[in-house]
Design a protein around this ligand. Sequence first.
Ligand SMILES: Nc1nc2c(ncn2[C@@H]2O[C@H](COP(=O)(O)OP(=O)(O)O)[C@@H](O)[C@H]2O)c(=O)[nH]1
Ligand SMILES: [Mg+2]
Length: 215
Amino acid sequence: MSYAYLFKYIIIGDTGVGKSCLLLQFTDKRFQPIHDLTIGVEFGARMITIDNKPIKLQIWDTAGQESFRSITRSYYRGAAGALLVYDITRRETFNHLASWLEDARQHANANMTIMLIGNKSDLSHRRAVSTEEGQQFAKEHGLIFMEASAKTPQNVEEAFINTAATIYKKIQDGVFDVSNEVFSCFPLLSYLDGCIMIFYDKINTFIRLISESLV
Ligand SMILES: Nc1nc2c(ncn2[C@@H]2O[C@H](COP(=O)(O)OP(=O)(O)O)[C@@H](O)[C@H]2O)c(=O)[nH]1
Ligand SMILES: [Mg+2]
């Protein structure tokens, strides 16, 4: 199917906040209740429509490297949007947001649109971070904000689509130029780049696991 634009998204945030589940819910409309570090979704895609134009979202998931903080530059390369996710029931995942932003600032395009997501809104009885705190953080750092649940699936569609609408508006306003991004122009290049990155990270993870089991 042809599309007017291809937007690359990345999903970042601590392990266990629900990044893979958000992706799975958006692309497959299902929820995976079992947490298995070895099963990373790695890659997802879906067509959406903004302003009557078909847009393909190509979404990268970290496949577990985030626990080693070994996310590479190529993960960020060419990303037009990022979902920065924390878990509303685990305060430490909210406390780490600043360091995720620092990472993004270092590696990503300065005009990348960042959507902050307080995930697991269905677990409000175990809430450790208030909605107002999320809003405040987003306001201070110029992010869009939403609470969502990969389970129910409250706001999942909205999170991905609102991000795309913001990117689309930036393109219309001339603030963001996707054609500048070599990798989003050539989907095959971007795909190969991603495969190399995943392969590289798998080897990295493997070496780390081996060396950890030796000491
Ligand atoms: N109740 C609830 N559990 C969730 C939600 N999203 C993810 N989970 C659970 O949280 C755990 C971690 O999810 P996962 O997507 O693997 O996190 P990741 O490490 O950030 O990719 C899994 O057990 C999921 O089933 C949610 O919105 N609500
Ligand atoms: Mg994951």
